[in-house]
Design a protein around this ligand. Structure first.
Ligand SMILES: [Zn+2]
Length: 350
């Protein structure tokens, strides 16, 4: 939190928005490939004009937000810049039910909780099981990819774990490009090239290094902090690309969060009741973003949960990593993901 206030001052000029703006008037798909009609109250809310043409969503796998302060501005200049120049909180929440990779990324892409019986996405598991999100849920599940596609805009998924094939399989026609490369440096180079070459509305980038090193050497260990420092450099490369291209500089918003954290000294983040696991950063930067703002100050409809781990009953929810899908659509001027829950009214303002 300390670093949030510090960072508040200066993230201004660059929009790293992860959400690409949609421009069509067509609503997102209202029925699934299986023909199930999906109703969503979110569709009844008028969407506002787009503030972004492009959204870049970045998920830093296993990102303990305390690493930002531990490294300081000198060793993590780009995370600090995003906070200074953007709107952020270091006290967002994961999905309530799980603090592991696949369930939380499914939440980010669908805007749903995990529990299938409560209209969730049903992905409790953490490995690609060869099936789809729809199979896990037992009902049709839309995604930010599908909604963007429904507005005749393009999408891409860049990931550093093979299990992300699960998402391409789940929405085969709506993920226009998928690139999986386990080397984060190469993956970011490919992402940057694609941002420049193709004006996609929504690009999702997953960076695995902090999680991999956290498992091997312990979260918040020296090796872990080096991994976060390396990730900061990758983020800096993305910022440079956005800055250097007018189209991106003027039209792109970056949304950066994490699937989960990881406790200091431990190599395991599976306990969803541990604060270090369920607390994640949520940072927006770039086009349409309030510079130097704390997201909870900016959004009184959300409640800063302090140290708590709130469920889904409270009217005022914490900001969650699962808000990525709908805030991206808000930035793009598109209605919420059909059947979504997190920020379904698209109240979260950057
Ligand atoms: Zn992990």
């Amino acid at each position: 939190m300390r670093s949030t206030s510090r960072a508040r001052a200066c993230l201004g000029a660059l929009g790293l928005a992860l959400v690409v703006s949609g421009c069509g008037a067509t609503p997102g798909s209202s029925d699934g490939p299986d023909g199930t009609v999906v109703t969503s109250s979110s569709q009844q809310h008028a969407t506002k004009a787009p503030t972004s043409r492009y959204v870049l969503a970045i998920s830093v796998d296993g990102f303990n937000r305390r690493a930002i302060a531990a490294l300081g501005r000198e060793k993590a200049p780009n995370f600090h810049r995003l906070i200074r120049q953007g709107a952020s909180t270091l006290n967002a929440r994961t999905e309530f039910e799980r603090t592991i990779t696949l369930p939380n990324h499914t939440g980010m892409l669908t805007g749903r909780r995990v529990e299938a019986a409560q209209h969730g996405h049903g992905v409790f598991f953490n490995d690609d099981n060869g099936h789809t999100v729809q199979d896990a849920a037992g009902h049709f599940v839309s995604s930010v990819f599908r909604e963007v596609h429904g507005h005749h805009r393009k999408t891409a998924l860049f990931a550093s774990k093979t299990k992300f094939q699960f998402f391409k399989r789940s929405w085969p026609g709506a993920v226009d490009k998928i690139t999986i490369d386990l080397d984060n440096t190469r993956l970011v180079a490919k992402t940057r090239a694609d941002l420049v070459a193709h004006p996609r509305a929504f690009t999702f980038l997953h960076l695995s290094l902090p999680d991999a090193v956290g498992h091997a050497k312990g979260f918040m260990s020296k090796s872990y902090l080096r991994a976060v420092r390396s990730t900061d450099k990758r983020v800096g490369e993305l910022i440079r690309t956005i800055r250097n291209h007018r189209r991106l500089r003027e039209g792109m918003t970056v949304v950066l969060t994490a699937d989960h954290g990881g406790p200091k000294g431990s190599g395991n983040h599976g306990d969803m009741t541990r604060r270090a696991n369920y607390t994640v950063p949520f940072i927006m930067w770039g086009a349409g973003v309030t510079k130097g703002a704390d997201l909870y100050d900016l959004n009184p409809g959300y409640r800063n949960p302090g140290k708590e781990r709130p469920g889904y009953v409270a009217r005022r929810q914490p900001i969650r990593n699962g808000d990525v899908a709908n805030v991206a659509l808000t930035l793009l001027g598109m209605p919420a993901v059909h059947g979504s829950e997190h920020d379904k009214r698209q109240n979260l303002r950057p």
